[in-house]
Design a protein around this ligand. Sequence first.
Ligand code: ADP
Ligand code: MG
Length: 312
Amino acid sequence: MNEFDLINRYFCRTTRRDDVVLGIGDDAALLRVPADHELVAAVDTIVEGVHFPIGSSAEDIGYRALAVNLSDLAAMGAKPAWSTLSLSIPQADETWLNGFSRGFFALADTHRCELVGGDTVRGALVITVQVMGIVERGTAMRRSGAKAGDAIFVTTMTGEAAAGLAVVQSQPEQTAAARRLIDKFLRPVPRIEQGRELRLHATAAMDVSDGLLIDLQRLCAASGVGALLDLSTSLLSNALLDTFEEAEAWRFALSGGDDYELLYTVPPSLAHIGEQHGVRIGTIVNGAGVRCRVNGFEHVPSAIGYDHFAAR
Ligand code: ADP
Ligand code: MG
């Protein structure tokens, strides 16, 4: 199978969107952005052994490569429209390509996100997906709008995904709870619908990929404010508490990554709207930095989150 056959067989499909003037097959794609909208673009690379464990199924990798990108569109409040895919693979393994494209397109079709181009090379297993979406002009959410007094929410309390990765890496035991955690890690659900709703009300938003504390710190820094988290054990999922000691569960919830939930702030008068799409975890305050209370006590985390270039 040569490169042309590979692209044709696994990635080239008939166009489903009428805003794709030209898709796969030419030197570049031609896409039509509707009037009064802005183009929203995001790109993420996932590397075997860094972002997913060596030996992950091709279908899960295909799903995840797109999901983490769609999550960025969700955080902006955008509607997904198009994607491009740069695929570096060690060999043209048909079983693998089949699984990968199945996982990728299953999610793409759910969100009507059409693959319009890409690049295919031989090399280490590295997958880069770019997604493009559209948003009504001037309505995209940013990290920078949070104000003192705003209520802080997450679409679902964090921790399960990082716990799922820990299960994959260590515990072969597969209780129903452990399987749920693994699924949260392998199959993050991009919160597109929530992002669309929240963009009309949230003062700031982002998706949580590196850890709740580090990502909240980024949102606060962008907004020039601080945050007070007020957490209790009742926020943690049962699957998490059934599988790990509580101290460990808090470590996953606060400093683990891979959640791909939305973190957002709303003015106090709109707290009820925040509640419709997630759970309240704290309040924005004047100043800088994130303070954290757990079950009424000041909590000092051992680590705040994931950083590719941090000294190890
Ligand atoms: P070029 O040399 O012009 O970059 P390529 O031979 O790399 O063209 O690709 C041919 C066509 O196939 C282009 O339209 C490109 O966007 C598309 N393509 C290549 N690889 C992929 C892929 N993995 N997924 C989707 N489209 C791809
Ligand atoms: Mg090329």
